[in-house]
Design a protein around this ligand. Structure first.
Ligand SMILES: [Zn+2]
Length: 408
């Protein structure tokens, strides 16, 4: 099949005017200017998308579809610990069926907004085999052992077993020790060890809130008090920053480069000593920033420029609808651009295409339009005059045309 469009945005080269993409099965077979493509592949079925830009489907590098049904339910709180209490209270009202419906609604909404690949953290890995993802999905089992640190090994084994029974969506699986304040060092090390010997990714939330910094660095603050009150062993607090603690647990301070590449969400709270370590580190893990969720929580400014200048791969995610309005990555790109107006629209689009593909370990086949890449594409209207990347970022409608793995 040949797809023709006014502009083809490959993410490799400048956009191709009057471009075309040849699809064979679930892959891209060829891409170029329409006259040459149609000559090289004569006799193929032609689908003319008209006055549209054809681009790679968007990749959401961090979300929790479990909580799609919590949209608008939790107003912003003064304290991060209060927000955790509030979401726990909402979660206590939900049944397994509610979560399955919430996940299905989340997938439908993400797809409607042009997302063709999603990295989805679920707190209920046992439900995964029952879900039919309509888009390419990386399932991450979100693991918490703060209330039961003796069950850590079982927790990981059960999660991996459930994820291996996931319906094939063309994605993969991963482990997500939730955060330093809810997951033990033992749990982090176990996930790290498994990721090193199996084809499993690892992600976590790190240095998100000011209260996390005061908990680990100063052994004080609302998050410290809350976790102490539920019986957490607080002996790891009062010594170092969250980032220093993380690197000590998973890599050993100043140790060799890690063989696995963590996908780290947030990283808003860094001390100058952390920046020094980041700058000198050979470990350039992936960072996911969720601009609108970040604004909802009024977190400290995300240190985008410094992290980028140190060579970290920075992606965008929506986080969950317990702290965001919708699952549109277009809206996420616009929110990010408002904070970083000097960044080009193309560089912003890279954060939800090629950068996210790298984070998921698929830079050769995801996030761009190139021979042998997965045929995961979207089309949006574009005009003759405007800069196509600006038009993409400004797009506010549901996406009418989408292809995932060669299927529309
Ligand atoms: Zn999250």
């Amino acid at each position: 099949m040949i797809l023709r469009a006014r502009t083809v945005v490959t993410m490799d080269d400048p956009p191709i005017e009057n471009g075309a993409v040849v699809i064979s099965g679930n892959r891209v077979l060829d891409v170029g200017e329409f006259p040459e493509i149609s000559a090289r592949h004569s006799g193929q079925e032609l689908v003319d998308l008209g006055e549209q830009a054809l681009l790679p489907g968007l990749i959401n590098a961090h979300c929790h579809l479990d909580y799609t049904c919590l949209r608008g339910k939790i107003p912003p709180k003064k304290s991060f610990a209060d927000w955790i209490r509030a979401i726990n209270a909402e979660k206590a009202k939900l049944s397994e069926q509610d979560y399955l419906a919430s996940i299905a609604d989340g997938f439908a909404e993400a797809k409607r907004f042009g997302t063709t690949t999603i990295a989805n953290l679920t707190a209920f890995p046992e439900l995964i085999p029952q879900v039919h993802p309509p888009i390419r999905t990386w399932w991450f089992a979100e693991l918490i052992d703060v209330r039961d640190p003796n069950r850590t090994s079982d927790l990981v084994a059960l999660a991996i077993d459930a994820m291996k029974r996931a319906r094939d969506s063309g994605g993969g699986i991963g482990l997500a020790p939730h955060a330093l304040f809810t997951a033990s060092a033992n749990l982090y090390r176990r996930c790290e060890a498994i990721a090193q010997c199996e084809n499993i990714l690892v992600t976590t939330h790190l240095a998100e809130a000011r209260e996390e910094m005061s908990m680990f660095h100063d052994a004080s603050g609302p998050l410290y008090e809350f976790l102490k009150s539920i019986g957490r062993d607080m002996s790891d607090c009062g010594h170092e920053t969250p980032f220093a603690r993380f690197t000590k647990i998973v890599g050993g301070s100043g140790g060799p480069a890690l063989p696995t590449e963590w996908i780290v969400a947030h990283v808003n709270e860094l001390a100058e000593s952390d920046f020094e370590q980041l700058e000198g580190s050979a470990r350039k893990f992936h960072v996911v920033h969720s601009p609108r969720s970040h604004d909802y929580f009024a977190h400290s400014r995300f240190p985008f420029e410094r992290l980028r200048s140190f060579g970290f791969n920075i992606c965008l995610g929506t986080d969950s609808l317990a702290s965001n309005k919708d699952l549109s990555l277009f809206a996420e790109m616009r929110a990010f651009q408002r904070r970083e107006p000097a960044l080009s629209p193309k560089a912003v689009l890279e954060m939800v295409t090629v950068n996210a593909a790298r984070a998921l370990g698929k830079p050769q086949v995801l996030g761009r339009i190139r021979t042998n890449c997965f045929a995961d594409l979207i089309a949006i209207p574009c005009s003759e005059t405007a800069d196509v990347f600006e038009e993409i970022l400004a797009f506010e409608q549901p996406v009418d045309w989408m292809m995932v793995a060669g299927k529309t």
